[in-house]
Design a binder for this molecule. Structure first.
Ligand code: ADP
Ligand code: MG
Length: 199
């Protein structure tokens, strides 16, 4: 079973890896964006860390709802509302149970990813975070490690795609040949699950 502590560790692990990889995320956002993805998420996840320390929410759902709210209010750019929606919707789906099962979490994360698709209008193959998140959700029924691999492969598979959503889509065919920054950060988020589980 996964308790509030697990979800806190998930957010803390993600904040740490976003910190470590911020320059790389911004570098990926340079040829096909405006070179702010790393700094956007760094600011957002630092705020998540601070808020979780201060408020110490007691249920999995409350941890994710608080984290999502922080991302929405502190991350400029498209990715803030999208990641914020992902975590808030996932948290809502978990309700106020003190512990949740892995399958319940997989179902909740799927609802979160669907909410992101609805908000941003992106489908798989549009070269966005969805290309890492959706395969991860599908592999989550198997294990956290399988979800991490699926997300990493999904992020790498965005390189040959032409962007159809977000800033990168303005470049048309010139967006081809670059890995999507949002799909890359999404793979960090999913990798955080493996760390939180101590696997
Ligand atoms: P901005 O594009 O506003 O500068 P960021 O640089 O923080 O925002 O985030 C860019 C990332 O957001 C992209 O790499 C992509 O993965 C994701 N993204 C942008 N628009 C959408 C969308 N409509 N749906 C899903 N993801 C999107
Ligand atoms: Mg950007």
């Amino acid at each position: 079973m996964l308790d509030a502590d697990f979800f806190r560790r998930w957010m803390t692990a993600t904040a740490a890896s976003v910190d470590r990889e911020a320059e790389r995320l911004t570098a990926l956002d340079s040829p096909i964006g405006d070179a702010d993805h790393g700094s956007n998420l760094q600011r957002g996840f630092r705020a998540v860390d601070t808020a979780l320390e201060k408020e110490a929410p007691g249920t999995p759902g409350a941890v994710l709802i608080l984290a999502g709210r922080q991302l929405i209010s502190t991350v400029g750019g498209a990715s803030g509302p999208l990641y914020g929606t992902l975590l808030r919707r996932t948290g809502k789906a978990l309700g106020d149970a003190p512990e949740v099962g892995e399958q319940e979490f997989a179902d909740a994360l799927r609802a979160g990813v669907e909410a992101v698709m609805q908000l941003g209008g992106a489908a798989p193959g549009d070269k966005t975070m969805i290309d890492a998140l959706l395969p991860a959700v599908e592999a989550l029924g198997e294990s956290f490690a399988a979800a991490r691999t699926a997300a990493e492969q999904g992020a790498e598979a965005t390189t040959p795609l032409q962007a159809r959503k977000g800033r990168a889509s303005y470049l048309g065919e010139r967006s081809i040949g670059h890995q999507d920054p949002g799909a890359t950060s999404a793979s960090l988020l999913i990798a955080g699950l493996v760390e939180a589980a101590g696997e």
